[in-house]
Every structure is written in structure tokens, then in C-alpha cells.
Design a protein around this ligand. Structure first.
Ligand SMILES: [Zn+2]
Length: 391
């Protein structure tokens, strides 16, 4: 069974140290490479779909979270405040309040909408150490987040567009959703008490799901404190379910932050995360692909294998061209064992570039794919072009 906690360490994706603390993994070079490839892909996907990227601080004053409603409804998941001078700051439990303030920072007119802003940013959860494990439950999350501020009549279309984005990303990443869940409010103080608001946002999400013809389950008590969510659930190899991607519709925070557009309209806030937290996403990808990542996100995309020491200079030249054309590549020289042994050691690398006497003479390499098939002599620039998420 592919448990990312074992496989992730074997592959050099991440590790932990008790001195840093549980739920606070660090990323090793292979993991940082995978993560960067995914972050670049998601950034570009969002850019092509009308998002503008922003950056905002990972903490804010306690008053910000009182205003957003987190303090009243979500405090038990938040880190305790830090006092500096006469002020109290908290590590942010979500990016929404910062983005609401960014929306409010400039006058907006109806034709500026939808305003789509996105950020890959840190958020923090004060989980107890007992429930933490590997990359899938952590205390510091790098979240792919975004908020669409739109007119009420645009909200259904924006929810549907966010689901399109999520489905496109899942296809590219090789993710199969376990199920779609419509997460509704439950009882108690965890949820804003405004039945009319909930009825409106729930029916909007339900209508979008029905129109898309997508099967889903409804579950009470799983909504956000301010509104219902479409959650896209994934499963680990042991069948444990967690939420990866989400779309939420929110009439609450626009009111709390008094967001307006010219003419007196109040925008709706569509919260969406295309791929969720990067930690949980990579944990899932390690398990789903068993370490054999799609070429565009593989930590090492090409390994150059000279047949013997005689081909080492030619192999170095092939490596140089791989790196220059944008591939993450490395060299495995003949002193590391037989060709078969070196191929086995690099069995997860998508392209294995063998340089024998013939290839050394021609300046090329014979490309072996990781499934064992032979692709013949393929120029490295062509391999590089094939290894980009948008082709
Ligand atoms: Zn949000």
C-alpha cells in the first residue's frame, strides 16, 4: 500500500524533526521540485482564467477576525493571539478576511465584477498533535486560495466556472475524486444564525450541481461557519476520506466587511480552492501515483545514463542540454553499477536517456520510457516541450 508517510520520505519529498514540532513538515529537494511545478501550473491555470494574484501577510490583528466572524465561530481551530505592544495578532486561519480587505481597498463598479483574486498563502490551524500525520494533517498549510467578488446574478456562473477549473486541474494532476459533497450548516454556535441566508446560498449551490448533472451527497454540519460548501472528497489507500477542493458561496463576509460596488450593490463572495492545501495535495499525489508522477511534475524528469566511462563526456553534454531546455535532469554515471541496475534505481524517472557509442557519435541519446518502451532518439528539446503541463 502506498502510504505517503513512508513513500514520501523514501522519495525525498519531505521529513519532520521533533525539534521543529509535529504537524510542521519541511520539504526536501525532490518535494520542493514537485511542489514548485504544481504551484506554477495552478498559477498559470488561474491566470488564464481571469484571476489576478495577490500576496498578503500570514497574520492579522485580532480585530480582523472578530470582524470576519472567525473569532466567534472558529476560535477553537485558531492559534492563540500573540501580544506585541498594546496589540494582539493571530496567525490567520484563512485568507478570506485579507482578500475582503483587498476588494475593499479600491472603489469597484459593477463592470469591474467579477473581481477574481488568488493567492498561494500560509494559513494555520491549532490541531492537537495526536491527529497529525505526514503531509495530510498539518498545522501550517500552504493554501491555494481564491475569492471571486461578483454581483449576485453572476454567482451561480462563477461557482460553475470554479468547478470547471477544479475538474481541469484534477485531470491534469491525475486525481480521481471519491465524491462530491454538498456540506450544509449544522446545529449550534459554529454556524452563523441566519436561516434565510443559508437557504439562499444552499439552493444556489444545489442548482449548480443539478445543472452540471453531477452526483453528490448532502451532509449537515460540514459547512463553513458563514455558508455551505461544495467539497470534492478524495480517499487515501486505506479508504479514509478528506476534502481537497472546495467552492463556497458567502453572503456573510461581504456584509461584515461592508463590501460595495458603485450604485449601492453588495457583491457576493465565492470562495474556492482548486487544489486545496499543497501539503494534502502532494500527500495524495504521492499515494495516487505511487511516486511515478506525471512527467511535468516529476522531481527528476530525465536521467542520463552513459553506457560506460567512454561516453561520459557525451552524456555530460546531453545533461547540459536537458537542463538548458528546462528539464529537471541528472546524470547516473557507469561507476554506479550496470545499466540495468541504474535503470532500476531510476525506475520512477519518466525519461531514461541512454548514451552508447552510437549516440555519443551523433550527439544524441536513446530514450527509454519508464514503462520500458523505447522511444528511439528524441531531441531533448522535444522531451522538454512534452513535459510542460500546458503542452
Ligand atoms: Zn475564503
Amino acid at each position: 500500500m502506498n502510504d505517503h508517510r513512508r513513500l514520501g520520505r523514501e522519495l525525498g519529498i519531505f521529513d519532520t524533526d521533533p525539534l521543529i514540532g509535529s504537524g510542521l513538515p519541511y520539504w526536501l529537494p525532490a518535494g520542493a521540485a514537485v511542489r514548485k511545478a504544481i504551484e506554477d501550473y495552478v498559477y498559470e491555470l488561474e491566470r488564464r482564467n481571469g484571476y489576478q494574484h495577490v500576496n498578503s501577510p500570514v497574520l492579522g490583528k485580532r480585530e480582523l477576525y472578530e470582524r470576519s466572524g472567525h473569532w466567534a465561530h472558529y476560535a477553537e481551530d485558531m492559534w492563540p493571539p500573540m501580544r506585541v505592544g498594546g496589540e494582539e495578532f493571530v496567525l490567520r486561519p484563512s485568507l478570506c478576511p485579507h482578500h475582503a480587505l483587498i476588494c475593499r481597498s479600491r472603489p469597484r463598479s459593477r463592470r469591474d465584477l467579477p473581481l477574481r483574486i488568488a493567492e498561494l498563502g500560509g494559513m494555520y490551524r491549532s490541531e492537537l498533535s495526536g491527529v497529525l500525520g505526514g503531509l495530510s494533517r498539518v498545522r501550517a498549510i500552504q493554501l491555494n486560495d481564491g475569492h471571486v467578488f461578483c454581483a449576485p446574478e453572476q454567482a451561480a456562473q462563477e461557482v460553475s466556472a470554479a468547478l470547471d477549473l477544479i475538474e481541469a486541474a484534477h485531470a491534469r494532476l491525475g486525481i480521481r475524486a471519491a465524491r462530491y459533497r454538498l456540506s450544509l450548516r449544522g446545529e449550534g454556535a459554529k454556524f452563523v444564525d441566519d436561516p434565510a441566508m443559508w437557504a439562499r446560498s444552499e439552493s444556489l449551490l444545489r442548482d449548480v450541481l443539478e445543472e452540471r448533472g453531477r452526483a453528490y451527497d448532502e451532509e449537515r454540519g460540514e459547512g463553513a461557519f458563514y455558508g455551505p460548501k461544495i467539497d470534492i472528497q478524495i480517499e487515501d489507500p486505506a479508504g479514509r476520506e478528506s476534502t481537497l477542493s472546495t467552492v463556497q458561496v458567502d453572503y456573510f463576509q461581504p456584509e461584515r466587511f461592508d463590501l460595495r460596488y458603485a450604485g449601492g450593490g453588495r457583491p457576493v463572495m465565492v470562495h474556492r480552492s482548486v487544489v486545496g492545501g499543497i501539503e494534502r495535495l502532494v500527500a495524495h499525489l504521492v499515494e495516487a501515483h505511487g511516486g511515478a508522477f506525471p512527467a511535468w511534475m516529476a522531481p527528476v524528469q530525465a536521467v542520463v545514463l552513459p553506457l560506460s566511462d567512454a561516453e561520459l563526456p557525451a552524456a555530460r553534454e546531453v545533461l547540459r542540454r536537458c537542463v538548458a531546455s528546462g528539464l529537471r535532469a541528472e546524470l547516473a554515471p557507469a561507476d554506479r553499477g550496470s545499466l540495468g541496475a541504474r535503470i532500476r534505481a531510476h525506475r520512477l524517472v519518466p525519461y531514461q536517456l541512454v548514451v552508447g557509442p552510437r549516440e555519443a557519435a551523433s550527439g544524441g541519446a536513446a530514450v527509454r520510457m519508464r514503462d520500458g518502451s523505447q522511444a528511439g532518439e528524441v531531441p531533448v528539446e522535444q522531451l522538454a516541450a512534452r513535459s510542460r503541463p500546458f503542452g
